[in-house]
Each structure stands twice: as C-alpha cells, then as structure tokens.
Design a binder for this molecule. Structure first.
Ligand code: AMP
Length: 545
C-alpha cells in the first residue's frame, strides 16, 4: 500500500518563492566590487531572479544549458543562483583563483553558453574569451553605465541592462527534481578537474539537512555572513539554506581581509559565519593587533581544512565565539559531518568537550560513512583504527560529469573520499590525513595534520605544512615547512623541541625548513604536491651525515 501524501518536486525555485512570501523584507546586504554597501531584500531578489529567467528565455537558452559565473559573494550572484537554476538551466560556478588555462579548460568542458562575471575579472575574461568558443554571451555584473565601451569581448552586456528589459512576472517551470541544477569542478590537484553535477533534489535535501539545529542550523534570528565563496561548492549550500530559514544575509564581496570582514561583522551585527581556517587567521590577526572584540558573533563553522586547535581556543577563550568543525567535499555538496556535542557531553569539563569538538564531527542525517582498509574491509569504530573514508547518500556524487573517471563507487555504492580517518563509537569522525599526504615511516603512518596543528600553536609560526621526504631506512620521514609570523624569531631546533611530550618522538618532524610562502590552491588549501616538487632535491640532514 502506498502512502497518500502529495507528491511535489523538490525545486530550487521553491526556496526563493518561500523566502519572498514569508521573509519578503529580510535584508540582503552586500559589499560590492565597487566598494560600497548595497542593501536589498528577499522580495526584490526574487523579482530580479525572475527577470533573469525571462532574459534567458529571450536568448532562447535551452533547458540544461550551462550558465557560468565568475563572481564573488554578492546579491547579483545570489539572484543568478535562482534565476538560472530555477528556470531549468545549470549554474556553473567557476573558481576565479584557477590558472586562466585551467579556467578555459573547464568552460570548454562544461560547454558554457553564457558567462556572467564581476568586473574584477574583466582582464581574466579578456584573456580566456578567445579560447572559449561555446560562450555566446558575456554579462558583466554591473550597471549599464559601468560597462566598458571597447572591452573587445564579444556580445558583452551589463547585468542591469540585460535584466531591466524583462518582466518580473514569471512562472517557475515544474521541473523533474532530478534535473541538473548546478555544476562545480573539483580542485583537480592530480589530473584535470572533474565536474560534479548537482540536482534540484540533492540541493534541497542538502539544505534541509544543514538546517537541522545539530547541523549548520541557522534560523530567522540569524544574520549570516558566508565567507566561504559562492564559486566553490555553492558556498557550502548557504545560499539555499539562508532563504529557506529567512536568515538575514551579509555578502562580503571581494574584500576578505581581516579588517573588512571585522567591519561587516560589527556594522551589520553578524551572528554566524562560515569559512576556511586561512580567512579566520586573517581576522584573528586583525582583532589581536587592534585589541578588538566581537559583539554579536555567536557561532562560526570552520571547514575545508582542519581547524587548528589554537584557532578554536582563540575564538572560544578570547572572543566568546563557539566553533563547530564541519567536513565535506565538492563531491558531497559539500556537507558530510558537523561537529556538535551530545547530551552525554553536557557535564564534561571544557577540555573534554574541546577534544570532541576538535574532531571533524559526526555524520548529518542522510550521510552514511565507513572506514575501510586497503582490502576494502570495514574497520572498527573505536576512535583508533583508521582507514579510507567512504561515504554515500542522496547529495553525494554518483558519477562525474561526462562520466570522467568512469565508475567511481564501490559495489555497495560508497564513494571513496580520499581522506583517511577514524570513527569513534559515538560516530565522531576524525581526519588523520589525505590518503596521499600520509607519511609512511617504517610501516607506521604519521598524520601530517597532527604535525601541522602542533606547529600552529607555536607563537612564532604563521603557517605550517608537513610533507614526507625519502629516507633510506624509514621510507619516509616528515619535515615541516614554516612561514614565520612577521618579526618573530625562532629556530628549527626550537620548533622540533616544541613537539616534546606532545606526540611520540618518532612522529616529530626530522627537520624544519623556513619558507617565505606556502603554496595555496584555488580553494585556499595547501598544495602539498607543489611543496613536494619544491623539495624534491632536498636531503634530510639525518641521511646526509
Ligand atoms: P574540496 O572538494 O576542494 O572542498 O576539498 C575536500 C577536501 O577538503 C576533503 O576531502 C578534505 O581532505 C578536506 N577537508 C574539508 N573539510 C575538512 C576539515 N574540516 N578537516 C580536514 N580536512 C577537511
């Protein structure tokens, strides 16, 4: 016997319709590329999303055509999220931090027909346009007056001019909920990037799961500033979650430095934010050096890379902000785990609670996780055994765009994340490393993340990255690359001594190399492949003697 409840497609257009109906005057504030602060609301954004849909119809843009964006977090980008996907086209968010050749490769692979870009990226667009034959129209996300006269870009229009000619009356199509809604490419540290093609259904289920109070859980009382970019995995789904719960939005635009973010936090009374550790490092440095406090900020979600313990402590002890650790990936829309406590933890001391919060969190409902050894055998959930982390669920990739990479799931439908992790009896997952970054020393595995986290607690260390280098006896030994804080002085011996008592002696790095910078990829993650390349002729002092 089937249930007798209504069958409705889960569609992205439902979200903006809901926000316009129930949170019409809730503010959406943006720091624009132009530098000024712009204010709008859900009702106005919904109207403009419909103008975009009409404008796409007028260009006869087919269903499922790819419409690319090369843009910061701002209201126009937000309106494209709804106008493009809501009308049945696929929003392809392109990461502007990629190398131009890689960007052109992605645009060609996606066969983008329209490219919408923030004016910051005009030079980039000029460079790649001749290499992107599929793009028929370019839309500069600016007013008509700001449109450059002689850009040399074919069929260039201004966003405002483009949509102004169209009505804000539009009936969103009743699409199949499994239709593709958006496309994001993986960072591609090895080989070419691969396209992850999200659907309306996967996007809505992901947003609903992240709305749970044990998950991101923002609500109508919150003012949310997504630092995490809308060009990378849909800003962790926040552009869908925020209107779903009617949260007030503050979009930071291109200014992600500590001072600019701090100003927005305080001026706009932000209560929740989400971003990668690198951004928080800049914010903390700004607040520390200017003796500033946070008056409205209550919670922050840190993910994308492991949250260094020292960062959680600073937010908690000095700024009264609670930190929740989240883990996920492009292939997972991205949310897999969220780090909140359970009732059994309520009576624990802060140091005990802290050690739970420093793990990557537990699975949000909808995500199944398991860890397996090299033979695919499931490992115990005891918080000690580690293995390759496998995931499955309705917002996790089944196959890459155009079947790149072939079959990617195991026989039970699990996707290999490439992360190595432990799972404990309470379900908390802890990443010990990326599988390719683990240092294999004498048959034992050393977590490069553990080594980096300890180094980051040293007062002279601004950034740290640990890689394995060849060793004749142990196969590999860890070395640590360190960027010192401005004006700070320290030595390799002092940093190595800093590990005493914190981890086993054999796990501590054999050497410390001071560098001016550590290579970061397009999503702010340390590019260990580049670092390994940089140190390929390096010889350990222990092996040289
Ligand atoms: P991306 O698909 O570019 O977002 O990268 C996903 C990868 O980032 C994951 O597979 C992890 O290796 C890493 N990652 C994401 N969140 C965390 C976290 N909270 N702690 C440690 N690593 C993380």
């Amino acid at each position: 016997m089937l249930g007798l409840m209504q069958q409705h497609s889960l569609l992205i257009s439902n979200i903006i319709e809901f926000a316009a109906a129930y949170h019409a005057d809730t503010e959406i504030i943006s720091r624009r590329v132009e530098g000024d602060i712009h204010r709008t609301n859900y009702a106005a954004c919904s109207r403009r999303a419909k103008q975009i849909a009409n404008a796409l119809d007028a260009w006869k843009t087919p269903q499922s055509a790819r419409v690319a964006t090369l843009a910061w977090n701002g209201y126009r980008h937000f309106e494209l999220y709804y106008g493009v996907s809501g009308s049945g086209r696929v929003l392809h968010t392109v990461n502007p931090r990629l190398h131009p050749d890689q960007m052109a490769w992605i645009v060609n692979h996606a066969e983008d027909e329209i490219m919408c870009f923030d004016m910051t990226f005009l030079p980039l667009i000029k460079a790649i346009a001749p290499k992107c034959p599929t793009v028929k129209h370019y839309v500069a996300m600016c007013d008509e007056a700001a449109l450059p006269a002689d850009s040399g870009i074919p069929n260039l229009v201004s966003f405002e001019g483009w949509i102004a000619a169209h009505s804000s009356d539009y009936s969103w199509p009743q699409l199949d909920e499994n239709q593709a809604s958006s496309l994001c490419y993986t960072s591609g540290t090895t080989g070419n990037p691969k396209g992850v093609l999200y659907s309306h259904r996967s996007t809505l289920l992901h947003a609903m799961a992240s709305a749970a109070s044990d998950s991101i859980g923002v609500n109508g009382m919150d003012t949310v500033l997504p630092v995490v970019p809308m060009f990378h995995v849909n800003a962790w789904g926040l552009p869908y979650l925020m209107p779903m719960v009617g949260a007030r939005i503050v979009f930071p635009g291109p200014a992600l430095d500590g001072k600019s973010i701090y100003e927005l936090f305080e001026n706009e009374k932000v209560t929740f934010s989400a971003g990668v550790p690198t951004v928080w490092q800049m914010l903390i440095a700004h607040m520390d050096s200017n003796n500033l406090k946070l008056s409205t900020m209550r919670r922050t979600c840190i993910g994308g890379s492991a949250c260094p313990p020292a960062m959680l402590d600073t937010f908690h002890d000095k700024y009264g902000v609670s930190v929740n650790h989240a883990w996920g990936m492009t292939e997972m829309s991205p949310l897999g785990t969220y780090g909140t406590l359970k009732s059994k933890h309520a009576t624990l001391s802060w140091p005990e609670q802290r050690s739970v919060l420093l793990k990557q969190g537990r699975a949000v409902f909808g995500v199944d996780m398991r860890i397996v050894n090299a033979d695919g055998i499931e490992q115990p959930r005891d918080g000690k055994a580690f293995g390759d982390l496998m995931v499955r669920g309705p917002w996790i990739v089944r196959e890459y765009f155009k079947a790149d990479g072939g079959k990617i799931l195991d026989n039970d439908g699990y996707f290999p994340t490439g992360d190595v992790a432990t799972l404990d009896a309470d379900g908390y997952m802890q990443i010990t490393d990326r599988s390719k970054d683990v240092i294999k020393s004498g048959g034992e595995w050393i977590s490069s993340i553990d080594i980096e986290n300890i180094a980051l607690a040293h007062p002279a260390v601004a950034m740290a990255a640990c890689i394995g280098v060849p060793h004749p006896k142990w196969d590999e030994r860890p070395i640590l690359c360190v960027v010192k804080k401005p004006n700070a002085e320290t030595t390799a011996a002092e940093i190595i001594a800093f590990y005493d008592g914190k981890i086993a002696k054999w796990q501590a790095p054999d050497d410390v190399q001071f560098v001016d910078a550590i290579p970061l990829g397009a999503t702010g993650k340390i590019q260990k492949n580049k670092l390994r390349e940089q140190f390929k002729s390096y010889v350990l002092p222990t092996t040289a003697t």
